[in-house]
Design a protein around this ligand. Sequence first.
Ligand code: LMR
Length: 337
Amino acid sequence: SEANHRIARISAHLCPPNLQMEENCGLRQANCRGKGGAPGFKSFTFMMLSTPPGVTADISHMDTGAVVRGFLGQPQLESALTGMDLVIIPAGVPRKPGMTRDDLFKINAGIVRTLCEGIAKSCPNAIVNLISNPVNSTVPIAAEVFKKAGTYDPKRLLGVTMLDVVRANTFVAEVLGLDPREVDVPVVGGHSGVTILPLLSQVLVKPPCSFTAQENEYLTHRIQNGGTEVVELSKECLCHLQAKAGAGSATLSMAYAAVKFADACLRGLRGDAGVVECSFVGISELPFFASKVRLGRTGAEEVFQLGPLNEYERIGLEKAKTELAGSIQKGISFIKK
Ligand code: LMR
């Protein structure tokens, strides 16, 4: 019954690439409050940092049953966050052609720190979906901020690696000639280059499949470089089609993946059974590692073992671990220093 439905509040922060964080953390936010979200939720709140106020109006036109409200400026961050159950952070600058995700560290690290300080203060029990790159470092940053504030619960801090799974499902389905919705590829490790480790030996599909060495190589490389593929192709667009200035990394597939992951978190919060997704969490064998997790009322309630790996994946895992260790340390040092 409706009385049993818990209230879920969601917030998302988008920081436009052309703005300085110091001036714009939490600057302009659209807040939607009302009925909506995953079935069973009585209401949700959705907030966005946005460039033009038109974005607030834009969102308000969606027939979701949510009421849209705008917030402006860092002073309103507290009101925006208070009472949230789920906070989604895609804030920060996107990369441009020729850049790695790590090149974004300098700017995005500070943005993530500021937002997480706000979360620790205003909604310390919220589940946090962290999308801002470099995820391999920003999640450790968030963890350190929460530790400092005494609010850290590793089950509630989730790095979003869903886009790697989305890409893996698409590319594997292409090779197999299947509908991507029938394919489920676990992708573990992290969210950058060789740390993105698709476990192609564990693809869930009917009938069960296997890949040739050449297919393994092609798919792993394509999945690991999916983000760069978008960044580099947007450069082509700029040259040949005069596409909008500032085109950079994935936005649409990223938004799709973010929604997919947030929806899974909401289903977990609601108490649905068997909600399992991959996420970069601090409750695995490495300090942080993307694994399959079961999402529940308190966040990532169970982390699944990697399962049997083939030789190709074992080699990939060692490479991923080495690179991850450096990125994690970089995030931790940023706060500790
Ligand atoms: C992606 O995977 O598309 C995102 O992490 C953005 C990027 O910079 O690649």
